[in-house]
Design a protein around this ligand. Structure first.
Ligand code: G3P
Ligand code: MG
Length: 243
């Protein structure tokens, strides 16, 4: 049985708000979503912040990078204007701010640990310890494309659930899940099918898909036995889409 929410707002508010911001979380909440996915990366001074890209230029302006910038400077950057002038000045939030917001509003979190290359251990550790410090572990499912980051999270806070995130299933998926004591495999729905879903489920793991943006596709993967998915289209796929 999958004990978590089944439809999750990708990057906070999907395509309806600037990703990985408090405004995105508010947007998800206003659409009835009490389950979000977001990405966490470390600043130069080792503070976890919400960010998808290691380099500036897409969601924040400029030519720098996250790992070379202090948290207090990152948190003054405008992560909203790229999306729309309505969100101008929307800041980069810290992971701590987001944990506190989600605890206050009863929002479940799939926290994607998104380390800059070379910072896998540090990011896994910082995210795990912050989650524990804020006492949010029961509302968090950690995931990462970085096996090393998740292993470090497991060492630091084994009580926080983990899902191994992979674009396509490699032949060693079961060994990876076992080594991580993970509860789920998170994977790209484009490369998944009913047979692979069944294999993962039969092995005793949950299956989580990213990023499913049409109701028809959502119905199809749920038929296969997929337990949960994240979506950018929180306007088309409602939080209660899966009964
Ligand atoms: O965690 C699922 C999904 O968010 C992974 O891809 O690039 O959107 O972080 P990305
Ligand atoms: Mg992500």
């Amino acid at each position: 049985m999958w004990p978590y929410p089944k439809v999750i707002a990708h990057r906070g508010g999907g395509t309806l708000a600037p990703e990985n911001t408090m405004a995105a979380l508010q947007c998800g909440l206003s659409h009835g979503f009490r389950a979000v996915e977001f990405d966490v990366m470390l600043s130069k001074d080792g503070i976890p912040v919400l960010m998808h890209d290691p380099l500036f230029g897409r969601t924040v302006a400029g030519e720098g990078n996250v790992a070379g910038t202090m948290a207090q400077d990152l948190m003054r950057m405008d992560a909203g204007s790229w999306f729309s002038k309505d969100f101008a000045g929307e800041p980069v939030p810290s992971y701590q701010q987001v944990l506190e917001f989600c605890l206050k509003h009863g929002i479940w979190m799939n926290v994607e640990i998104k380390p800059v290359p070379g910072f896998e251990d540090a990011t896994g550790r910082a995210v795990a310890l912050m989650t524990r410090q804020i006492n949010a572990g029961e509302q968090v499912l950690l995931s990462s494309f970085s096996f090393d980051a998740l292993m470090r999270a497991k060492e630091c806070a084994p009580e926080i659930a983990r899902g191994f995130l992979t674009d396509q299933l490699e032949s060693d998926w079961l060994q990876r899940l076992q080594a991580l004591s993970a509860i789920a495999l998170h994977t790209n729905h484009h490369y998944l099918n009913a047979d692979l879903t069944g294999q993962v489920k039969d092995a005793g793991y949950g299956v989580f898909c990213y990023t499913v943006n049409t109701p028809a596709r959502a119905r199809e993967i749920v038929e296969w036995g997929v337990d949960a998915f994240c979506t950018d289209r929180i306007d088309l796929i409602t939080h209660d889409f899966i009964a």
